[in-house]
Design a binder for this molecule. Structure first.
Ligand code: 13P
Ligand code: SF4
Length: 325
């Protein structure tokens, strides 16, 4: 058994029914599978809970399972461990990272923070535990606007690591938060030119966008929100066609909820038709099966880091509960 590539390398009998085996292992080991909407459809279909970053954190905190298998990326599994440290947290591929989290190295962020005394630090959940430990409150795309608005208008704020989400919140709230210069590789490569063409071809389609997209793209959106908010909007809307400006994985749930509606993934500025997150898409059913069977790779963290990064996440969960989110 090797973990050198970040996941277990064990030959699997091609005749094995992976879905059946995963369901059996889940029961036998009292494990729960939490999956983000950006996972491949086959993974979403075996998950016990599928959600956005806030929903996944809330589920991780309250689960009574012995094992949490996190089908998402590293910072999400870390958040689950921080919130429920006595559980064993498995991640199918340890190399499933995040370009946005990587854009904010702890030492540089610590220096940035020191340059802005008297500022509180609000941080998007898409960051490492080291960055969370340097923050006052964590936010997600679901609660960010409400959490920012809960502070007095004259409160000086640093927002990290996503400059696009930060700019969107500044616009929505009229604040002037100082933004860390980070971005998500998936949401930054949508092509404005192709979007305009697509809109012309589908004149009745509504454009739904995630706030990690750049401002010039968000200008064309009929609705901006987290993955869960985009999904809910598409369910309730009377429109029949939607152009979706976020990672394509979400379309699986949108299509399941509204089979007669048409969902068009907005194209990136390269030769691909869809916009997949290369980190999220490292997870596979095979890796999930092996992770559950051998209980490896396990996400491990020091107690010190868990303690330091817990307070700002708990603050977010408290505020979210207060806002009914
Ligand atoms: P949400 O699902 O919380 O909107 O976050 C999107 C994302 O980029 C996760 O990596
Ligand atoms: Fe990170 Fe962007 Fe992938 Fe989300 S979609 S995990 S923010 S790189």
């Amino acid at each position: 058994m090797l973990l050198s590539k970040g996941y277990l390398e064990v030959d699997i009998d091609p005749a094995l029914d992976l879905v059946k085996e995963i369901n059996y292992l889940k029961k036998e080991k009292r494990a729960v599978i939490l999956a983000h909407y950006y996972q491949n459809p086959d993974i979403q279909d075996i998950a016990d809970y599928i959600g956005d970053s806030l929903g996944l954190a809330q589920q991780a905190e309250k689960t009574e399972a012995d094992i949490i298998l996190f089908a998402g990326v590293h910072f999400m599994a870390e958040t689950a461990k921080i919130l429920n440290p006595t559980k064993k947290v498995l991640i199918p591929d340890l190399k499933a990272g995040c370009s946005l989290a990587d854009s904010c190295p702890p030492q540089k962020f610590s220096d940035f923070k020191a340059q802005h005394p008297n500022h509180i630090v609000l941080t998007y959940i898409n960051c490492t535990a080291d960055i969370k430990a340097l923050s006052d409150v964590i936010v997600t795309s679901t609660n960010a606007v409400k959490i920012v608005q809960s502070f007095p208008k004259d409160q000086a704020i640093i927002f990290a690591p996503d400059k696009n989400l930060g700019a969107y919140i500044n616009k929505k709230t009229g604040r002037n938060m100082i933004l860390w210069d980070g971005a998500c590789m998936v949401h930054e490569i949508f092509s404005l030119e192709k979007l305009i063409k697509l809109k012309a071809q589908h004149s009745k389609a509504l454009v739904l966008a995630h706030p990690e997209c750049e401002a010039h793209i968000l200008e064309y959106a009929h609705f901006i929100g987290s993955t869960t908010a985009i999904l809910n909007y598409s369910k309730k809307s009377d429109a029949q066609e939607f152009i979706v400006l976020t990672e394509t994985g979400i379309i699986h749930q949108m299509q399941k909820a509204s089979p007669s509606k048409t969902f068009i993934p907005a194209p990136p500025n390269n030769n691909c038709a869809c916009n997949d997150c290369p980190h999220m898409k490292l997870n596979t059913l095979e890796k999930i099966y092996l992770a559950l069977k051998y209980e490896q790779p396990e996400l491990l963290m020091s107690n010190e880091l868990i303690e330091k990064s817990k307070a700002p996440i708990n603050k977010m969960l408290e505020l979210s509960a207060k806002f009914g989110l």
